[in-house]
Design a protein around this ligand. Structure first.
Ligand code: PLP
Length: 474
């Protein structure tokens, strides 16, 4: 592409994006389409010849944008609502332009060194202790998988050299999580060859937090049976309810049994940048590793997950393999990302986080997260005060779990009613909610996390929910 064309279409696309954000609330959050609708409009064969850029951009407008679920829409309240931001987008743009493959220090000094600096800034913002060293992966699923691999390396059973299959000398290795833990931990256990029986799920208390006595009993029982308990994964901000496992009480158990303690703070870790919410990480100063996702609640475009680890030597021992063609004279003095994971080449992700942190500053990031928590609690207070609705879990941060329970509807119809209300709201295109199941009750979830979401958007979805309830009960 000629420089003049690059400039012209670049300006055009930036204008397109600016307009997209300015008018995003005119678009339906969820596209009104059926599976296969987009595919049916696209040619099934590749373009034999190059096509003009303005035609390609026109097709983004005509075909792609209408088929998007708009995660940046201020009324996107589903899953964990997350959104990108201007400085984050610029970081992605530059990173694509530089196209560094950040595998060795030499192939990308800026990426390697900026990553170390920026992750130390984030560590300070979250109040984590200096022994925690950060490394970037794509997602929390991958970060946690690497943490458990490092923990496995630490059991000194020569698993790296000899593997696990066909070894009668190897006891059953076990990882412990609460029943509310994210499925990514189970996937990590499967991926690492530990098998699903290598994961033990611990019950939770009435507020969906890991039951610490049940954890201690499970570990003791497994030890009596000859198993090798080696890792506990606590969650700070579970996916269904954002409950916070009592890390401070889990630490003594992990220390007593010399087990690795990994903390999954993929969602809630960002909240620790708000000084008055820092307590959610109490006890994490004694954890072995912790994952947090700036791509969730720190206005950084997907993907960017950070693993903080106290034992980088074990992570390196688990993954480093340096063939001749990757040897460099400076390798003993520098950190090479490829030594710490399964990937060789890594994207220059630190750039976007650096731009986000510099643009908003610690106080700007904290102010936005604090406001999200305020409006979520306001919504929770409306639910709590209404005779037709109820809260189904505490609201420690910015996620509300609730359901309709009108007096004139029998309780056995609540699940169907709430499902219908959710689908009604979502089909309107004016807001998007998701659900979970708590104590066998279908539960609606409202997550506030978008940079554009204000109190007015939350008021609007409350109205929509009440309109849907009325429509279905009168
Ligand atoms: N852990 C928790 C607590 C989550 O809520 C999620 C996703 O929502 C994940 C892990 C997985 O995140 P990722 O998509 O970055 O793998």
């Amino acid at each position: 592409m000629k420089a003049e064309d690059f400039r012209r279409f670049g300006h055009e696309l930036i204008d397109w994006i600016a307009e997209y954000f300015e008018n995003i609330d005119q678009r339906p959050v969820l596209p009104a389409m059926e599976p296969g609708d987009l595919k049916a409009q696209l040619p099934s064969a590749p373009p034999p010849h190059g096509e003009p850029m303005d035609q390609i951009i026109a097709d983004v407008d005509r075909l792609i944008a209408p088929a998007l679920t708009h995660w940046s829409h201020p009324s996107f309240f589903a899953y964990f609502a997350t959104s990108t931001s201007g400085p984050g987008i610029f970081g992605e743009l530059l990173s694509a332009a530089f196209d560094n493959k950040s595998m060795l220090w030499r192939t990308s000094p800026a990426s390697t060194e900026l990553e170390e600096v920026v992750l130390d800034w984030l560590r300070q913002m979250m109040g984590l202790d200096p022994g925690m060293i950060g490394i970037i992966y794509d997602t929390a699923s991958v970060s946690s998988m690497h943490a458990i691999a490092a923990a496995r390396e630490g059991v000194e059973q020569r698993i790296r050299e000899e593997g696990m299959s066909g070894r009668p000398d190897l006891p059953l290795l076990r990882v412990y999580v609460s029943e509310q833990a994210h499925s990514s931990i189970e996937k990590a256990v499967i991926t690492l060859g530990l098998g699903q029986r290598g994961l033990r799920k611990i019950p939770t208390d009435s507020e969906f937090r890991m039951d610490v006595d049940a954890l201690a009993d499970a570990i003791n029982e497994d030890k009596r049976n000859g198993y090798l308990p080696f890792c506990i994964v606590a969650t700070v901000g579970t996916t269904s309810t954002s409950s916070i496992d009592p890390v401070e009480k889990i630490v003594p158990i992990s220390e007593e049994h010399a087990m690795w303690l990994h903390v999954d703070a993929a969602y809630a870790g960002s909240a620790a940048v708000v000084p008055e919410f820092r307590h959610i990480l109490a006890g994490c100063e004694r954890a072995d590793s912790l994952v947090t996702n700036p791509h969730k609640w720190l206005f950084t475009p997907f993907d960017l997950s950070v693993l903080y680890c106290r034992h980088m030597d074990l992570l390196k021992r688990a993954f480093s393999l340096v063939p001749e063609y990757l040897r460099t004279p400076e390798q003993e003095k520098v950190r090479s990302g490829s030594d710490y994971g399964i990937q060789l080449g890594r994207r220059f992700r630190a750039l976007k986080l650096w731009m986000v942190m510099r643009y908003f500053g610690h106080d700007g990031l904290a102010a936005r997260i604090r406001e999200h928590c305020r409006v979520a609690r306001l919504f929770a207070s409306w639910v709590d005060e209404s005779p037709d609705w109820e809260l189904l879990a505490p609201v420690p941060l910015a996620l509300v779990c609730f359901r309709a329970k009108p007096r004139d509807v029998p309780a056995e119809k609540f699940d169907a009613l709430n499902e219908a209300i959710m689908h009604g709201v979502n089909a309107s295109g004016r807001a998007l909610l998701s659900h979970t199941r708590l104590n066998d009750k279908l539960t609606l979830r409202l997550s506030v996390g978008n940079i554009r979401t204000t109190e007015q958007h939350v008021r609007q979805v409350w109205q929509l929910l009440n309109d849907e309830l009325q429509r279905r009960t009168t």
